[in-house]
Write a protein that binds this ligand. Sequence first.
Ligand SMILES: [Zn+2]
Length: 317
Amino acid sequence: MTKPAEAHYGIDIGGSKMELVAYGDAALLQERFRKRVATPGHSFEAFLDAVCGLVQDADAALGLQGSVGLGAPGVTDPRTGRQLSSNVPALNGQALAPALQARLGRPVAIGNDCQCFALSEAHGGAAAAYPSMFGAIIGTGAGGGFCQQGQLLRGRNGLAGEWGHSALPALLQQKYQLPLWSCACGLTGCLERYVSGTGYAALYRHFAGLGAAEGLDVPAIEALAEAAEPLALNVREMHLDLLAYGLAQLVLIEDPHVIVLGGGLSKLQRLYAQLPEAMSRHLFASVQVPEVLPPRFGDAAGTRGAALLGMQRTHSA
Ligand SMILES: [Zn+2]
């Protein structure tokens, strides 16, 4: 007897494009359909039409109804189901999942890009062999998601894993004479402003005395450090220490078996060797520091993690 056909749709919502990938197996390794369209940014109705259009195209191409998961920017308020702080203006304040469920006639699960990344690496990804993991995205910002036995921890506010918005400690702020930068979240001195890729470049700009429109990107700073330019070397050490502090706090709070890096800074190979030792300096002696690993799926995590959310939601519905 052949197994009934299955398909799991993951839709990655970006600020300008949205993409659906249909996977044909529970391991989410076989891609059966893929389509990308522009994200309607300013009309919720147009946004719903676009998502439903993608799902209907996939249904028609495969001859079945797949499960649906969305990776959307921002967070979902668990009390109201409404989207908050999204970079797609049409979604803010809207109860997206109920609206899509009503139109599509099937359960729809939603998570943010960090949660999708963590789930994707926990399932068949870099963290597949570990009971618990933290997926840390370090790129434009610093976010993440925590998975235990392949299940995402969401928490009361749906923001478990948002380590980038804890404050820089006075100890390190004084040690490096760091400026206190305000964060888009409304707080001041959030770690994200210093440890993200954007933060790394901002630190260099600050200590080089450059204006906001000047400065270097991360690859350029890394190249200068490789050439032993003193300021780049200093900033690289400082950034490593701040990043290691942030990840060490995760060990104290969640104690994951492994940390998988995502985002732009996950391409810096030196971090995988340097971070465990740098983290141990912020932890007491008996702590076994988790391994820090590069991602397996990387950029594919957006659709793959979304598909996992949809698959888990369908199985628990
Ligand atoms: Zn913040």
